[in-house]
Ligand binder design. Structure first.
Ligand SMILES: [Zn+2]
Length: 319
């Protein structure tokens, strides 16, 4: 699975009982965050010295060398939260232990959160932590194609007109199966948009497999081997010649409809794509606790996302 080679011996809760026990107190949660942030020992952000700090009031460390203070959660997703860290940890466990994810309403119910908006904001904050900064590029043979997501739901008679979004799908070939995937919403299917996506997701020198769309014709010049299948027989044939990207596109659409009740606003689609990718690339991982650990690890390394930066549209309530 993704990241597997980067894991030496790490300590993460294996079961709900273990998680519940480890993170029963705020001190337990803080200790875990501390290990995630400073796996090689606390490093002072003022003077750079690595060493055991004085532990001041909750979540504040004082450097023994320079007396500078550092906050445990400053600069992480948990900065300025007014909820107990335990509630966040429960949320991360709940989200990663459900194979297909949860809706904001589901999260609100299980955590007993007072408002839907809080649950919705948490879901979006956690989605932001699902993409590892500087993640590996896809390699080997990679199928690439575009798909269209969203738009008016059937039976709604176009009451609410939404434009469809274009999503590019890249899927590694792993024998007959699918390896890792990457997804991205693009504004159009121009060569500029498609090549930008491929450059940031596929290792140069890899073999790309696309249809005959001219937007892909610059791939050899960009340093990729390019295998083209001209599809003249319409959709059916596309399923046969590039089965992996089409399988991924079908699963994505089903997931969006099922988990999110189809209520996806275009400006939030990017984060749903990140969540789908996070889950898909770890779909065979039996250790759900490891997913929890990965999410927690990434949550301490992403910038805090204040509510105002998330909401530029109201949450969509449907179904
Ligand atoms: Zn210091």
């Amino acid at each position: 699975m993704e990241n597997a080679k980067a894991i030496p011996t790490i300590d993460y809760p294996r079961t709900f009982e273990e998680m519940d026990d480890w993170f029963r107190t705020e001190a337990g949660c803080r200790e875990y965050i501390r290990r995630l942030r400073w796996p090689d020992g606390f490093g002072c952000r003022h003077c750079g010295v690595i060493g055991e700090p004085w532990v001041m009031k909750r979540g504040v460390f004082r450097c023994r060398a320079c007396d500078g203070e550092s906050s445990l959660t400053a600069g992480t997703m948990f900065q300025d939260t007014r909820k107990p860290l335990r509630t966040w940890f429960l949320a991360m466990w709940f989200i990663t232990s459900q194979k297909n994810g949860v809706s904001a309403i589901g999260l609100q119910r299980v955590l007993g959160l007072g408002s839907y908006e809080t649950a919705w904001t948490w879901m979006h904050k956690l989605r932001r932590a699902m993409v590892r900064p500087g993640r590996d590029l896809l390699t080997g043979e990679v199928e690439i194609d575009e798909t269209y997501v969203g738009g008016p739901e059937e039976g709604k008679r176009g009451r609410e007109i939404e434009r469809k979004s274009i999503v590019v799908v890249a899927a590694e070939k792993n024998g007959r199966a699918i390896g890792r995937i990457r997804l991205k919403r693009v504004i159009d299917v121009s060569a500029e948009s498609l090549l930008a996506f491929i450059r940031e997701t596929v290792e140069p020198g890899s073999t790309t497999h696309t249809d005959g769309w001219r937007g892909y014709s610059g791939l050899p010049a960009a340093g990729y081997k390019h295998y083209v299948t001209n599809i003249s027989g319409g959709k059916e044939q596309a399923h046969e010649v590039m089965p992996r990207v089409h399988k991924v596109a079908a699963l994505l659409k089903r997931w969006l409809l099922g988990t999110l009740q189809g209520g996806v606003q275009q400006q939030h689609l990017d984060y749903y794509l990140d969540e789908f990718t996070f889950r898909f690339n770890r779909r065979r991982s039996k250790a759900r606790g490891l997913l929890f650990h990965r999410l927690a690890q990434q949550a301490v390394s992403v910038d805090p996302a204040p509510y105002s930066s998330i909401v530029y549209g109201k949450p969509v309530l449907r179904g």
